[in-house]
Design a protein around this ligand. Structure first.
Ligand SMILES: [Zn+2]
Length: 483
């Protein structure tokens, strides 16, 4: 007997044949998809622990956010009206002054809120890079979600020595990798060419040898100083830096690449490395000369591309469907129309991202044998009817608010917009409490009209060598993620 039977759904399988069932049934048992077939009359009577009548609804694989930071989720709304350089300075100052005093309670509340946002936006899997990975592993695991979490290694920004950071990363991997029935996994996550010294890269290469099954997740080419930073580490350019440590292959995830060129695209594709693209954060806060990642060359050479929200709390949107829409619009604006089809975007949010994470044998499509991670979206509304191109509706009209039901690993986490796997009121209360504490500690003011930074100068709020060094190095560029 099936644990869950979904019938009469439009099923967007995202399988190899790109099959869309007009009227389909999905049977789930033991967390695994048993069958995806056209709905037969018998399906409606068949017994299962849970039968979901999905008439007028679309079922698609759970969405995968391919690149995100989480620690400072509770700054939501503080930065949304700043321009790029201002954002960088204020974020560095706030993060640095807040981090030592706020403690685990603050970051726990941040992860909880992030999980709630992720879940209610249909993001069943996140690829995160954070300074509080253990809190993240527990939050994601307990919420029933799936996540790949990398302890961010960056000795330009963290006071801990490379050895201390690497030891912590090793402990995280040993303790948390492949826990929660495989839903929580670890990655190796050096900040990037701009955040790490050679001593750290040496240790990263050792970690890679020790844990060959893990993904290497890093930022690359996100500032125009990328080549200079790589040269400071004795490499010709950022890709050469990775090659020197034997870190550029099909297990490598490279995010941003804003300043990468055609030849970089060729080398990335030839290595089989994956590209994580985060369009909103860069277009929203972009400072200085406009630049975009080398999409035409990446496409020509066949690189795999996935999409991430990066720092969703900076620009007040956790909607990955909208993120895909931005990816298309901004890339079309830069390079001309038809950079991606609607179905390409759906694939990037599902199977392509699963492939980047090395999880495409488990998730990313709706096929027998895969873990049951899926979302159910109500499209039977006057707002969306009639339509003829489902991928277009999903990537142009549907928003996360239309997502009704979310299932991960065969467990219903949200049903008819009701979250089942988290105590929503407790999450809200903790977020409000910790947010108030953050503002009291840092002097940030807020009103319904916006926010205002503290009066004291940024430099007086900033203390500690690593951060001052970072400000000097990156003050002119926009390298938001290294904070
Ligand atoms: Zn980032």
């Amino acid at each position: 007997m099936a644990d869950i039977l979904i019938h009469d759904a439009i099923v967007l399988t995202v399988n190899q044949d790109h099959q869309i069932l007009k009227n389909g049934s999905i049977r789930i048992a033991d967390g695994t998809i048993q069958a995806v077939d056209p709905t037969a009359p018998a399906d409606r009577d068949r017994s299962a622990d849970r039968v979901i009548d999905a008439g007028g609804k679309v079922v698609l694989p759970g969405l995968i956010d391919a690149h995100r930071h989480t620690d400072f989720t509770l700054v939501q709304g503080l930065f949304s009206e700043l321009e790029g350089e201002e954002l960088l300075k204020e974020a560095l100052a706030l993060y640095h002054s807040a981090e030592p005093t706020l403690g685990d309670g603050f970051f726990e509340a941040a992860w909880q809120l992030a999980c709630l946002r992720q879940l209610t936006h249909g993001v069943t899997t996140v690829n995160a890079m954070d300074f509080t990975p253990a809190l993240g592993a527990e939050a994601i695991g307990d919420a029933g979600l799936r996540g790949v979490i990398g302890p961010e290694l960056a000795d330009f920004l963290k006071p801990d020595t490379p050895d201390e950071q690497l030891a912590e990363a090793r402990e995280f991997i040993e303790t948390h990798h492949d826990t929660y029935e495989g839903r929580v996994r670890a990655s190796i996550a050096p900040g990037g060419e701009a955040g790490c010294t050679r001593a750290l890269w040496d240790g990263v290469a050792d970690l890679r040898d020790e844990y060959p099954e893990l993904r290497l997740h890093t930022h690359l080419y996100d500032s125009d100083a990328a080549d200079t930073m790589a040269a400071g580490s004795g490499a010709d350019d950022p890709l050469d830096l990775l090659e020197q440590y034997d870190l550029l292959d099909e297990r490598t995830l490279l995010t941003h690449l804003l300043h990468a060129d055609r030849d970089d695209a060729r080398r990335i594709a030839a290595a089989g490395a994956h590209v994580l693209h985060c369009p909103t954060v860069y277009s929203y806060f972009q400072a200085g000369e406009r630049t975009w990642f080398p999409l035409p060359a990446l496409t020509e050479f066949g690189a795999n591309i996935a999409i991430g929200l990066d720092d969703p709390f900076w620009f007040d949107s956790w909607d990955l469907l909208q993120e895909a829409k931005h990816a298309r619009l901004l890339s079309n604006f830069e390079y001309g129309a038809q950079q991606w089809s609607s179905y390409d975007l759906i694939k990037m949010l599902t199977i392509d991202a699963a492939q980047a994470l090395g999880l495409d044998d488990r998730i990313g499509s709706l096929e027998p044998g895969k873990r049951a991670d899926l979302v159910i979206i109500d499209i039977d509304t006057p707002r969306l009817q009639p339509f003829s191109n489902l991928p277009s509706v999903l990537t142009n009209s549907v928003t996360a608010g239309d997502i009704e039901t979310v299932i991960v690993d065969g467990t219903i986490l949200m049903e008819d917009n009701q979250v089942r796997s988290m105590d929503v009121e407790q999450v809200r209360a903790a977020a409000a409490r910790e947010r108030e504490r953050l503002q009291a500690e840092t002097g940030w003011g807020t009103s319904l009209a916006g926010s205002s930074p503290p009066d004291t100068s940024i430099l007086r709020r900033v203390s500690g060598r690593p951060l001052v060094r970072a400000l000097k190095q990156y003050g002119r560029g926009f390298v938001h993620e290294h904070v």
